[in-house]
Design a protein around this ligand. Structure first.
Ligand SMILES: [Zn+2]
Length: 268
């Protein structure tokens, strides 16, 4: 059995890191699969990431349908993002959903897709699909853009595609949500935190590069993105190196004095 205190301490720390680095606003969230039970996952209750501070702030939910277990009642209405991704892709153990403002413009400009601009964004791969929730609504659903039913969660999870050579994994790590934000997935809290951070910074770099290129009269075609080989090999590097930024970010956010982690410093 894995030490659950370490898992929950890491999840609380990730909430703090994602706030500290401005990856999440007060509505974003991160989940982790229960390492001792593939069929449940942990996700903070309905509260901002910065104020998550102890086990009482964490809910446990069924992967099958997002319902609470072990005393969890209610929680975040968008927990179906997490349940449906974890259900569809058994290799995924952690999911982040963000409204980051550097990424948002790419969700509403159909002609400009997110591309990896530098080596730390190789995990974005060959494509970052853009999920349009309008295509998944039932006629009577409120148009509040929230992924707040299993059906909407399943439609969002599906845009990540299936990796043919490893069907338990998604084809793409990351997807945009039109007029809402993005999701990214990983095999661990540390990895998905790295992916989310660099998804936001890559968007910032791409926007600046497009602006420079336009200024130089080259338009959008003047920007050189990573090649297919560079994306693949950089992704492999992104995966093995995730321990390094995690160590720094965990200590930075803890020493900032802005957050409380009742379970102490996570494993670093
Ligand atoms: Zn949201």
């Amino acid at each position: 059995m894995v030490n659950l205190t370490a898992t929950l301490s890491t999840l609380i720390a990730a909430n703090h890191i994602l706030d500290y680095l401005n990856v999440l606003d007060s509505f974003g969230h991160i989940s982790v699969r229960n390492p001792n039970n593939n069929h449940t996952f942990f996700l903070a209750l309905q509260m901002g990431a910065a104020v998550v501070s102890g086990p009482k702030d964490i809910g446990e939910y069924l992967v099958a349908d997002g319902s609470g277990v072990n005393g969890t009642n209610g929680g975040h209405p968008e927990r179906y993002i997490h349940s449906e991704i974890l259900k569809r892709y058994p290799d995924v153990n952690a999911v982040i959903h963000s409204h980051n403002e550097d990424v948002l413009p790419y969700t509403i400009t159909g002609s400009v897709s997110v591309q990896p601009t530098y080596h730390m964004a190789g995990f974005l791969g060959d494509q970052v699909p853009n999920f349009d929730i309008e295509s998944a609504y039932n006629e009577t659903d409120p148009r509040d853009m929230l992924v707040n039913t299993p059906q909407l969660g399943a439609a969002l999870a599906a845009v990540l595609g299936t990796n043919i050579s490893q069907p338990t994994s998604p084809l793409y790590t990351t997807a945009l949500q039109r007029g809402h934000g993005f999701i990214t997935t990983g095999t661990s809290i540390e990895q998905v935190t790295e992916f989310a951070y660099y998804a936001t910074r890559n968007a910032r770099v791409q926007t600046r590069a497009i602006g420079l290129s336009a200024y130089a009269g080259m338009g959008i075609d003047g920007v050189q993105y990573l090649s297919t080989d560079e994306r693949r090999d950089s992704k492999n590097m992104n995966i093995w190196i995730s321990y390094k930024p995690w160590q720094q970010w965990a200590l930075q956010s803890e020493r900032s004095g802005m957050y409380v982690n009742q379970l102490g410093t996570p494993p670093i």
